[in-house]
Ligand binder design. Sequence first.
Ligand SMILES: [Fe+2]
Length: 208
Amino acid sequence: MNKCFFIYFLITTSFAFAAQETIVEASDLTSDNITNTTQQNNEEFTMSNDTVNIGINKKNRDGVVEILNNILANEYILYTKTLNYHWNVFGMQFHDLHEFFKDQYEKLFQNTDDVAERVTTLGGRALGTVKEFLNLAQIKESTTIPVAQDMIQNLLQDHEFVIQLLRNGLVEAQEKYSDAGTSNFLTDLMEKHEKLAWMLRVSLKKGK
Ligand SMILES: [Fe+2]
């Protein structure tokens, strides 16, 4: 009888510990802990993968990775917003804008991929969850469906914000962190956004 009770005690105690562990893991995912968790993940990832030997010390690479992940988060939100407009645009110009937004979101997706891979090239962890993107990005998602002209205006403003972010980032990468490769990469990316912004800007001009 005592032996049976002992086995029962062991089983119930094991379940209790397992449940407690699950609760702790779930609580780690609350929004208050996102920033700390991201920083901790980045530090742990860098410590276990710091085999990059390209003439830029780890402190400088960490600084550049931070710049790049902020750009990545904004690129991803802008990509999602453009995709949203591609799906939901309406009115007389539906077909043209539907295709126009498709061309833009495809290019933005390529940008997000390029930025993420620049992060990993430098030995960092590319942000890869929507929660992290939303937490970090300054660009806000569209929660309503605006008319076509406002869609174009919103996207133009967001591209202009990204262009300024890139302009600051390319200078900081070179002057503060001595990373000519990232500075050059961000310069090319800025030119791509300038072209996308131009296409949006001229679409807002009234024809005769
Ligand atoms: Fe589509």
